[in-house]
Design a protein around this ligand. Sequence first.
Ligand code: PEP
Ligand code: MG
Length: 326
Amino acid sequence: HVRELKSLRGQAAETLDGARIQLMANIELPEDLKLFRKTGGDGIGLYRTEFLYMNRPDFPSEDEQYERYQELLATADGLPVTIRTLDLGADKRALGRDHGPEDAHNPALGLRGIRFSLSEPNVFLKQLRALLRASADAPLRIMLPLVATTQEVLQAQQMIEVAKQSLDARGQDYDPAVPIGAMIEVPSAALTAHQIARQVDFLSIGTNDLIQYTLAIDRVDDHVNYLYDPVHPSVLKLISNILQAGRRAGIPVSMCGEMAGDPQYTRLLLGLGLREFSMHPSTLLEVKRVITRTNLRELRGKTRAFLRNADPARTPDLLRRLNTRH
Ligand code: PEP
Ligand code: MG
């Protein structure tokens, strides 16, 4: 098995019937990049910027961020890179910043993700200017976390315009058409994905939060993690709706939550229409292995059964059938 995985390194992720699937890496810490270089992949689908801001008394300057983003793009060596703007708050708090009270009852419902960035315009603009400057000479996409409404996307886009104007005034280069995307990880955004899709250049499904908010299961609370179910019918309906929204709007949709890196869900996600997966590099070859043994045409009918099913107790059986036949 290990030898088989190794042999997949240089191979494209292609199904038996010839569909090319994009496999991207999630990078959270610098060591993840080393692993990405080993396993290979089509690019970086999620670069989490929080670690640049955490465990230090101050926030990084524009130049410090610019240098980090440039290093990252150099490592990716021309492959596409999606950098997510700051997703602080809830389980990712920064020192000395106001994310609401320390003992807030529901920090996951508080000032986090894009809400925090919009409430701290100077912090946000600094990051946007650094990202835009990095976009000047390498393929970079900017992704907004925890979007709940179309209004937040509009506000963030206005901030990006302001950042561009500052760079124009300084005479600094950037890619004027840098793609802007939204993470869909809040049920309100998943249910209005058709509207959001018309406003942005791409979507990415954040299943870690989407599952937490849909099922009302705290993702970091061990008491309820037995209820954390990525294939709950409600979650699958939302995922299917987001994928459909992307197809209708003609924009790409990726998935960057942990579900994308779990090989037991690969066929189901392919069947629902996902063609771009982003995951921790340690799971990339396992997922590629499943893809290379899958015939997309055989998935359609079986995937529909998941969407018709409303009983979570039936999904393990459906999943077994999907994963063992072929
Ligand atoms: C997610 O919510 O699925 C996601 C990828 O973001 P994070 O885990 O960083 O919240
Ligand atoms: Mg998230």
